[in-house]
Structure formats: C-alpha cells, structure tokens
Design a binder for this molecule. Structure first.
Ligand code: EPU
Length: 337
C-alpha cells in the first residue's frame, strides 16, 4: 500500500474533471484498511472514499486523503429453495454483480442493470431505476468505523434507506467505510414491469413474457438510448433528485401543465426533475464546455475541458430557473466535493 501525493483524479471521475488529491491510496484487501486506518495521513486528514467516481463532482482540489476502493469478490453465502444470499465486496462494479445474478437465474436487481458505480455506492444512495430500488433486496451492509477501525454489520432496517438516501449520507456521513453488502435474491421469478417506460419498451419489441435476461437487456437498451456514455461525454447520470410535492402543489401544476408526468408514492407525489428542467428550456443547451444532455435533461455534461466550478455554476443556474418558473427547489443527487 503506497500513499501518493498531489494525485490527479481526472481518470477516476466520470465527469472527467481534473482535481488533485493531496494524498491518494488504493486498497485491495480488507486487511489493508486496518493498516491504513493507523497511518497519520489517514487519521489526521479529511477522507474521501471513491469507487468508480460516477456520482461525484470535484469543484476544487481535495486537501485530504482519497481512498480508492478496489475490494473485489462475489460469493454465494447461502441458498434455500426460494432465495440465495449473495455477498459482494464494495469495490466490485455494480453491473457485474447484476450480471452475476442474471446468469444464475436470481431475481431482484435486473431492473438496476447498467447503473454506473460500484457495489459500495449502492446502499449509500439506495440506487434505484425502472421501479426497483436496492432496498428491496438488501440484506445487510458491512462497514468499518473510520475512527475506531471497528467493523459493524448493519441490517437493512438500520440503513435508513429512502429515495436516493441512507444513513451513510446523513447521521453516519464520512463515519463508515462500506466493505461489502449482502443481497437476498429470489430463485422464483418476481417480475417488476410496472414502470411505464420499461413496459412500453417490451410491448413495442413484442416481448410478451420476458425472462430475466430479456428484462435486464431491455433496461440496458433503454439506458443506452437515453443516458450518455461517460467514456464519450463526461457526466454523472442524474445530476438532480426528482422533486417531492404535496397533492395541492401537484393539482396547481397540473392545471397549468396537464401533460406533466408524476409518480405517486405513499401520500406524496414525485415530479421528474428532468421534465421541470426541460420545461425551463435547458434540454440540449450548451454553456461553454458544460451543458444539459439532449435526451435526458436530468443529466449535466462536460463537453470536454470544463472545470467542476463551471459545472456547479450551470447547476446553480438550472436550480434558479426551476425555482423561478415552478417555485420548486431542485437538490443535487451528485456529491459535490
Ligand atoms: N422527462 C422529461 N424530460 C427529460 C427527462 C425526463 O420530460 O428530459 C420525463 C419523462 O418523459 C418521463 C419522466 O420524466 O415521463 C421520467 O423519466 P425517466 O424514466 O427517464 O426517469 P427520471 O425520473 O428522469 C430516474 C432516475 C434515473 C433512472 C430513471 C429510470 C432519479 C434522480 N433518476 O430518472 O437514475 O435511471 O429514473 O428509472 O431518480 C441516476 O440516478 O443517475 C439515474 C440515471
């Protein structure tokens, strides 16, 4: 394990932003974390754990220590007639875990195919897409207390999972380093095809009774058609979270915009931020080297050479115009550093 200095993070974030980490280290085994946690560079500095850098925006250099998570491995812990418990190390690529499950006929995360990022980031923000959320399959999370070096296992209900949210982003922010997660996946088919865009896609393709692989492939195709590939154009997926409103606000908006899409969840209504941003005229717009994606207005992009500060400034302009037009406040989904 070697601690490097003034390390350029450009290849390690999908926005492709150049920013320097004062200290940088890569860890490849759980035991290395123990070793790292006793070093002064770690103990005395602010820490940032990085997976595949697909949900961060570096707005300036980072004066602490960046720990690149390279913990890998996936194993079946237990199985019975109905379920299989799968444990994956946090540095694994999320989509590889989805493929592992799909190849073995295990249901539960196929709708989450192709979500960028690592396994460790999944519980951080309770990743979700096409009507599914990690919450539905998560069994437990293993993590180390960064101060004491003690390991703790969090049962799902202790993780405070909500819409793109968890205890690890709130009360326990920066306090734990997630090393592994365990999922409970089903051997019995449990299709989740209620999400309109997914349902319509399958109907259009004439896939009447899709199997596990076909569902995963459908999700991949939809994502590829809407979301830009970070290898081609820098981005971090959805830049903002969708917005929750009460029914009164929803009715007020529907009067003015009868075509407004919305999703009802419990007593609240979720309005797609992409739609709000598009209505403000941002979709496909370019500002210097930054811009808003032409097929999904929720995605802010780096056309090449943009700084994190420029992207942040575009995001602030978007927030301001949505506020002026709709009296709604957008909040970033991406982690601003
Ligand atoms: N919409 C627009 N204009 C746009 C984008 C979307 O009008 O530019 C409308 C669509 O027509 C549709 C609705 O908004 O009626 C929802 O769009 P979509 O299905 O694309 O999903 P989203 O709510 O915009 C969320 C997630 C995505 C996830 C998709 C699919 C958030 C912040 N984003 O986007 O997650 O892939 O649902 O389930 O919840 C990510 O987190 O990085 C991400 C891409």
């Amino acid at each position: 394990m070697k601690i490097l200095r003034d390390f350029d993070l450009k290849p390690l974030n999908t926005f492709g932003i150049s920013a320097k980490a004062r200290f940088f280290v890569e860890i490849r085994a759980e035991a290395e974390f123990k070793e790292l946690s006793s070093l002064p560079e770690f103990k005395e500095n602010e820490k940032l754990f990085l997976g595949s850098g697909s949900n961060v925006l570096f707005t300036k250099d980072f004066s602490g220590i960046v720990v690149l998570n390279k913990l890998t491995g996936v194993e079946v812990l237990h199985e019975d007639n109905e379920n299989t418990l799968v444990r994956a190390m946090s540095g694994e690529v999320w989509h590889d875990l989805v493929c592992f499950a799909v190849e073995r006929g295990l249901w539960g995360i196929e709708n989450l195919s192709l979500i960028p990022g690592t396994v460790g980031a999944a519980p951080m923000q309770n990743i979700g897409a096409y009507g599914a959320e990690l919450k539905n399959t998560l069994e437990s999370v293993e993590a180390y207390n960064v101060k004491t070096g003690e390991k703790r296992i969090f049962a799902r209900d202790e993780c405070g999972l909500g819409y793109r949210d968890s205890i690890f982003k709130n009360e326990l922010k920066d306090k734990y380093f997630i090393t592994a997660i365990t999922l409970r996946l089903s051997k019995i088919p449990k299709k989740n095809l209620e999400y309109k865009i997914l349902k319509n896609y399958l109907t259009e393709k004439n896939i009447i009774n899709p199997n596990l692989k076909e569902i995963s492939e459908a999700v991949c195709s939809i994502r590829r058609s809407k979301l830009p590939d970070p290898k081609v154009i820098g981005n971090a997926g959805s830049f903002f979270k969708n917005v929750f409103v009460n029914e009164e606000k929803q009715q007020e908006l529907l009067k003015q915009y009868p075509d407004m899409p919305f999703f009802k969840e419990g007593g609240v209504v979720k309005i797609p931020a992409g739609w709000l941003i598009e209505k403000c005229g941002w979709k496909g717009k370019r500002v210097g080297n930054t811009g808003v994606h032409e097929r999904q207005a929720l995605v802010v992009v780096n056309h090449g050479g943009a700084t994190g500060a420029e992207i942040k400034s575009l995001a602030e302009r978007i927030i301001a115009s949505v506020h002026t037009k709709f009296d709604l406040i957008l909040t970033p989904e991406v982690n601003l550093i």
